[in-house]
Design a protein around this ligand. Structure first.
Ligand SMILES: Cc1cc2nc3c(=O)[nH]c(=O)nc-3n(C[C@H](O)[C@H](O)[C@H](O)COP(=O)(O)O)c2cc1C
Ligand SMILES: Nc1ncnc2c1ncn2[C@@H]1O[C@H](COP(=O)(O)OP(=O)(O)OP(=O)(O)O)[C@@H](O)[C@H]1O
Ligand SMILES: [Mg+2]
Length: 508
């Protein structure tokens, strides 16, 4: 079998390991399910092309082991599903059909959406398991394992992901070592292919050219697999197709977010803060930063360096806040429990992240604990590395949880600025309308102010009206916060009107 032979003859040890693991998963699936019960989801993309050849090899080896074959080439009887959409690149479509012909695939072409297409297919066919070319780092890989039942709300089947742990580099090592055909778009700078509306060549492969037409290097030359999805732009509807997605990107999301309230939770991890021996500078600074971009911090807590305490808090916050920021507990020490806690909160394992490991190796060389660098163990399938050229190591984002490695205010300032630059325009930490605030002080007593203030809160439900004192004897400070400056001013005036002139003075 030519694929198996090419890998066995290669001296790429890493590729051999990845190949053997994937073949193992495929053989287990073929042992668990009959050939009529399995299907292969093929879309002409590079990952599904890798999977096609792994399945061909895996099926061949499975048959050999069952002594059904004497080593002669056998056909490929695994049912193949292709969801053909009107927004697919013509090159992808042609490649899918050509490949189907070359390898004699039995294709079911489905032209509805994934879910209803699968519902109909599973009603008419005995399919129980579907092979997918999903890889960790794909947005759809979140929470998946090599064998993952379909999600609630989807028809019941087993998703089998033999290349879940493959990196971008592994994919290209495989395709080039086996010298198999792949879609021509990958030779034109496309590195991950979605629809014609959300995919452009990866700018990192651009070759400066004097002619008007921009040229790109092939996908396998992308030096950093973490940037595989840099050619994915924000989705536009087909009606927007004439506008440049890259220009449009960001503006739409900011405008649509303008009137929304965004909330964040801030979690500090640190026994020392709880003992009172270390002052927490980062929590208050993060609240200030969030406030400055128009966000509301709805909860800020400090928890112990203990996996269960952190996991519980992350679990609580991740479902009620748009974003959760975690600081403290990041590193290789016994007290550095943050990554493990995030994994626990999301119900996934910690797994080595080779891309993160590479960053760490640059930073600390090979001085890691044990065989592997413990710090490079990250929550599997949900981790996105947010890297910025000014940061030696990327920040970690697990779904809506952002792990900051800052240990002091200066480091946090830097990480925050990078985060804003990285994410400001495409949504997840978008700057929205900022708060307008005013503060009044008064020497009136609490008793005198209490009732009129309560009434004022009812009259101005869109404002946050709060009170605090700097000392029991000193003046009462009343703060007004709101998104509309004219409403804040109206609130201030309404309060002043309730008392004699001069009862309040405005302060900064
Ligand atoms: C065969 C197959 C099975 C899928 N099963 C699930 C599923 O169980 N749960 C789910 O949320 N999405 C499922 N999806 C949808 C994918 O997660 C994802 O939304 C889809 O591949 C579109 O990805 P894209 O938006 O990057 O094009 C499935 C897709 C395919 C092709
Ligand atoms: N339209 C589709 N029809 C059939 N299977 C699909 C379709 N879209 C996605 N899939 C399945 O989901 C997997 C993951 O899709 P994904 O887009 O991440 O990878 P790819 O298309 O193979 O490669 P690339 O990352 O370069 O786009 C595919 O390998 C395939 O198994
Ligand atoms: Mg794709």
């Amino acid at each position: 079998m030519e694929i198996d032979k090419a890998i066995r003859e290669s001296d790429d040890k890493r590729l051999k390991t990845k190949y053997n693991n994937a073949i193992y998963v495929i053989k287990r699936a073929l042992a668990l399910y009959s050939i009529e019960e399995v299907a292969f989801s093929f879309n002409g993309g590079k990952d599904s092309t890798v999977l096609l050849h792994l399945l061909r090899a895996g099926y061949f080896l499975h048959r050999v082991e069952q002594s059904c074959s004497n080593g002669v080439q056998i056909d490929f009887p695994i049912r193949t599903i292709y969801f053909e959409s009107t927004s697919v690149f013509p090159e992808i479509n042609t490649f899918t059909y050509d490949t189907s012909k070359t390898y004699g695939l039995q294709m079911d072409i489905i032209r509805t959406d994934f879910k209803s297409g699968l519902e109909a297919l599973l009603k008419s066919k005995p399919i129980r398991a579907i092979f997918l070319g999903v890889r960790i780092g794909d947005p759809t890989a979140v929470g998946q394992e090599q064998f993952s039942p379909s999600s609630p709300g989807w028809p019941p089947f087993m998703r089998v992901n033999p290349i879940l742990d493959w990196s971008y580099r592994d994919v290209w090592a495989f395709l080039l070592t086996c010298t198999v055909q792949y879609c021509s778009l990958y030779d034109q700078g496309y590195t991950s292919i979605g629809s014609i509306y959300d995919t452009v060549p990866n700018a990192l492969l651009s070759i400066s050219s004097t002619s008007s037409k921009e040229k790109f290097k092939p996908a396998y030359l992308l030096p950093d697999g973490r940037l595989e999805r840099a050619g994915r732009v924000k989705k536009n509807s087909p009606l927007d197709g004439t506008r440049s997605p890259a220009v449009n990107n960001g503006l739409d999301s900011v405008n649509s977010h303008k009137n929304r309230m965004f909330t964040a939770s801030v979690i500090g991890v640190g026994d020392e803060i709880l003992f009172g021996t270390v002052e927490d500078q980062l929590g208050p600074l993060l609240c200030k930063k969030l406030h400055s971009i128009g966000w509301m911090t709805s909860r800020s807590t400090v928890v112990r360096n203990d996996i269960d305490s952190v996991a519980e808090e992350v679990d609580r916050c991740k479902s009620v806040s748009d974003l959760v920021f975690l600081y403290g507990g990041v590193g290789p020490l016994h007290s550095d429990v943050t990554s493990a806690s995030v994994a626990k909160a999301f119900g996934v394992r910690l797994a080595p992240d080779e891309e993160f490991e590479e960053f760490l190796r640059h930073l600390i060389g090979d001085h890691c604990t044990g065989d592997r660098n413990e710090m490079a163990q990250l929550p599997e399938g949900i981790t996105e590395l947010l890297h910025h050229e000014k940061l030696p190591v990327p920040l970690i984002k697990c779904c809506n949880v952002i792990v900051l490695s800052a240990t002091n205010a200066t480091e946090l300032e830097k990480q925050w600025d990078c985060l804003i630059e990285l994410t400001g325009s495409d949504g997840f930490l978008v700057t929205i309308e900022s708060y307008s605030s005013k503060r009044l002080t008064t020497n009136l007593t609490d008793v005198e102010t209490a009732q009129p203030l309560s009434k004022l809160c009812l009259e101005f439900p869109d404002l946050y009206i709060g009170c605090f004192r700097r000392s029991r004897q000193g003046p009462l400070v009343i703060s007004f916060e709101g998104k509309d400056p004219s409403r804040v001013q109206a609130g201030v005036e309404a309060l002043c009107k309730k008392f004699n002139a001069g009862a309040f003075s405005e302060v900064n």
